[in-house]
Design a protein around this ligand. Structure first.
Ligand SMILES: Nc1ncnc2c1ncn2[C@@H]1O[C@H](COP(=O)(O)OP(=O)(O)OP(=O)(O)O)[C@@H](O)[C@H]1O
Ligand SMILES: [Mg+2]
Length: 242
């Protein structure tokens, strides 16, 4: 059966903090479906809830109500332990900060998910090197990641999800801090992953990357809004700022 992700009336509310009177409705009733071989892009201003939504889809952030279903599994109903096992088998996650282990070498960071699932050492090394070379990092495999630039770290993070593909790829700002050539490479790699049948959900501010998406979901204040409303809200903000 083809992979299908279903996000149903999903809600995450953070309690009021730091003197704020109101709690933050970070994700406020989000509904959408995505399938294998499809790229869905979440777009919207900083703080609208993109990263929180991506983390909830992966079962990394609890939900207050609603559900995330991936195939036959209700991700939001899994225990922490079962959720980790499900993620290991089904999800490649590129975190907004790349999510690397600083004191480890580049190659070890890329191999980490394959170590967790007991891939053969020779296979995991070959897959990691191939992915790093693809991202122009073949000369950095032995370096520790704490000496890398922001863009290099992001590319290592991308190599990690590419080296050992999963049916669901979640990418938080995959092109942030990258130059035009590297953004183009990420675009191509996303297209290849889509052709291989991955269900890809990404959050991005990058107009170049949005063009690769089959479906664009604009978000405002935790909610999905119709594209024309997003344009109008953008025009109002621009008018207010001028
Ligand atoms: N752990 C937390 N505790 C309290 N509030 C949080 C927490 N995580 C996120 N928030 C708040 O939830 C809202 C959504 O945050 P989120 O990081 O999902 O936004 P975003 O769309 O990814 O923004 P950006 O484009 O800057 O990455 C923000 O107002 C943020 O301050
Ligand atoms: Mg974010």
């Amino acid at each position: 059966m083809t992979f299908r992700l279903s996000v149903e009336r999903l809600v995450r509310i953070f309690p009021a903090q730091g003197g704020a009177a109101e709690p933050t409705r970070a994700v406020d009733g989000v509904d959408f479906v995505a399938t294998a071989g499809e790229i869905t892009a979440l777009v919207g201003p900083s703080g609208c809830g993109k990263s929180t939504l991506l983390a909830m889809i992966a079962g990394l952030e609890p939900c207050d109500s609603g559900a995330v279903r991936a195939g036959a599994v209700t991700v939001t109903a899994l225990s922490a332990e079962k959720s980790a096992l499900w993620r290991r088998a089904h999800v490649g996650f590129l975190f907004q900060d790349a999510g690397l282990v600083d004191r480890m070498r580049v190659i070890d960071n890329v191999m980490l998910p394959m170590i967790y699932r007991n891939a053969k050492p020779r296979d995991r090394r070959a897959a990691a090197i191939a992915a790093l070379e693809r991202l122009g990092l073949g000369n950095m495999i032995e370096r520790r990641v704490d000496g890398l630039s922001g863009g290099e770290r992001r590319r290592v993070g991308f190599a990690r999800i590419l080296a050992d593909p999963r049916p669901l790829l979640i990418c938080d700002e995959p092109s942030a801090g990258l130059d035009a050539d590297n953004t183009e490479e990420i675009r191509k790699l996303l297209q290849i992953a889509r052709a291989d049948g991955a269900c890809i959900i990404l959050a991005t501010h990058d107009p170049e990357l949005v063009t690769v998406a089959d479906k664009v979901l604009p978000m405002r204040r935790g909610q999905l809004v119709a594209p024309d409303l997003a344009l109008r809200a953008g025009a109002q903000q621009a008018a207010a700022a001028s």
